[in-house]
Design a protein around this ligand. Structure first.
Ligand code: 6GU
Length: 250
């Protein structure tokens, strides 16, 4: 899978791409990340990429010409595909990025990620060239770079081979519930015991305990996710009986 990242600050990506799982995925050729400096497409002497907003007001706006030229140039890069890749703008007023969107994006061959900056991007570029807009949550960042890294990370780990398939299947959010608590050795740490069922060797009992702990945790921390799981028919009669015992009624 290819990620084309369009940014004014390509240096911001060095750390995340050169450590840990993303580093290994790139070395293995499972993902390719290509950084494109929007400033390289500015044509004036000062290579200007921003300007004051029409109508006045604070802050600066990303100029349309360099950004559009950069997007168009990147769209012409190989590999050629039957359908053009999504052109995604990272912006605080976008659709909130979720695991479901990560899964959707992981099914594409190639993504363009456009990092917004200053007060925003000239609206006409959005209309003309952007196909989707994503935000990573309800708070404001200094630019789209960290958000683009979040998207690359969440999508890359869903690319087959990047991480263990079992981990992807089991993790929080993939089926709409939070994860069960995890423990490793020692069995007693600072007087705290590991739940005995986990060292019992009864695989069926372990699975049942983990399911119940996922439900308990989701109820306590994210009741909104529990409502959604129920509406989607992902809760079994056993689940509902256990939740009823915890005081939850759909
Ligand atoms: Cl995508 N960009 C910025 N600047 N702030 C954000 C964001 C994106 N997502 C959440 N906050």
């Amino acid at each position: 899978m290819i990620f084309d990242i369009l940014t004014l600050f390509p240096g911001m990506f060095t750390g995340p791409l050169t450590e840990s799982i993303l580093k290994r995925a790139r070395q293995a050729g499972l993902i390719q990340v290509r950084l494109h400096n929007i400033r390289d497409w500015a044509t004036d002497r000062h290579r200007t990429t921003d300007d004051a907003p029409f109508g006045g007001g604070p802050g600066m706006v990303m100029k349309p010409e360099p950004l559009a030229a950069c997007i168009r140039a990147v769209l012409t890069l190989p590999p050629e595909a039957a359908t053009p890749p999504p052109v995604i703008l990272l912006t605080p007023d976008g659709e909130v990025f979720t695991q479901a969107i990560a899964q959707e994006l992981a099914a594409t061959e190639r993504l363009l990620l456009v990092c917004g900056h200053y007060e925003g991007v000239d609206e006409r570029v959005r209309e003309a060239l952007i196909t989707r807009e994503l935000s990573i949550g309800d708070y404001v960042l200094t630019g789209g770079e960290l958000a683009a890294m979040v998207v690359v990370d969440a999508v890359a780990r869903l690319v087959p081979g990047v991480i263990d398939a079992e981990s992807v299947a089991e993790e929080s959010h993939s089926d709409g519930l939070l994860e069960y608590p995890h423990y490793t050795r020692p069995a007693v740490w600072e007087g705290r015991q590991v739940p005995p069922v986990l060292v019992s060797g009864h695989h069926g009992e372990v699975a049942k305990w983990r399911r119940r702990e996922r439900l308990r945790r989701t109820l306590l921390r994210r009741p909104d996710l529990l409502e959604r799981a129920h509406a989607a028919g992902r809760l079994t009669p056993d689940d509902l009986a256990w939740l009823a015992g915890l005081g939850w009624a759909p």
